[in-house]
Ligand binder design. Sequence first.
Ligand code: MG
Length: 390
Amino acid sequence: MSALELTAAILAAAGRGRRLGTVPKALLPFAGRTLLEHTLAAVLEPDEIHAGVVVVPGEHLAAARELAVRHPKVTAVLPGGEERQDSVAAGLAAVGDAVWVVVHDAARPLVSAGLVRRVLEAARETGAATAALPARDTVKLVGAGMVTETLDRERIWLAQTPQAFRRALLRDAHERARREGLRATDDATLVEAVGAPVRVVPGDPLNFKVTTAEDLALAEVLVRERAGAGERRTGIGYDVHRLVPGRRLILGGVEIPSALGLAGHSDADAVLHAVMDALLGAAGLPDIGQLFPPTDERFRGADSSGLLRAVVNHLRQVGYAPVNIDVVILAEAPLLAPYIPAMRERLAGVLAVEAGDVGLKATTAEGLGAIGRGEGIAAQAVATVRRITG
Ligand code: MG
């Protein structure tokens, strides 16, 4: 692949989108911008795309041009034709010296830079390529409300955009279609009609075409979700329990030989309780007192490792995963150092992170205060979580 060959993208944005009201589809408000601006930024993101030509509804040319020219790669904003094919032809006439063109629908805002690159790479090998998805459902031909034939699903692929072409090939295909009156709903069809091979590249189910108001709302949620993916947040947690005779001492999910144990409704594992509160705080969720009330008999003597597991699942459900934690245990006795490695392993396992993502240390209170007098054990924790999609 030669990076020096000029590559232009044509954004087909002239659709009226009548199912979405009177505003042209591309100019609909979308995730704080317009659909046009969003899809344009997505398709022009790869470094392999050098220029962008945007084709918009003629009667909204001025408004669309004002939005589109803000993107530094945009070289032309043109009025579209009667149908999509006419609009792409108009764009094709304005891509200048480009050797390669990528055609994309403005109504597919969730296109990824990776998909644009993969389609372009395939086109550079064969001359033409399209993103497409294998059919998931059984496909039937229907006439007058009756099945006339069931097609072989293994051979059915649903074409998406981006589609990429050697410019000269696509220009010739459009030229011939115009001469012969051939109409098609995508550019690959025109290239197929001149007998040229079109490579199929696995598309992306998220790269769906926004057609209805429901599609638009769903796409907006996904775009916002994607924008938030990877976001990191931090939380803090603290817990203290009294040391009493006749209880087992469990810290960090590990039982430690001791004459005294921690008193509490559950197993009173102050370390895991501090970690849970730090995780919940990072995700903006209520603390463990609200999640596992001490008045609830279900949690009497509860294994806090199980509660931590429930917290991690709860986090996942609202879209967060643990990244790392750091914990300080404040205890005058017993000596905790020998048990730290086992606690780290235990925590890493439940949090599904590496042992290196679990900071854990113990300190004494130098005889100061209640902890210093050995009346209890306290733990402080910070946790970082990251936004995950899906
Ligand atoms: Mg507690």
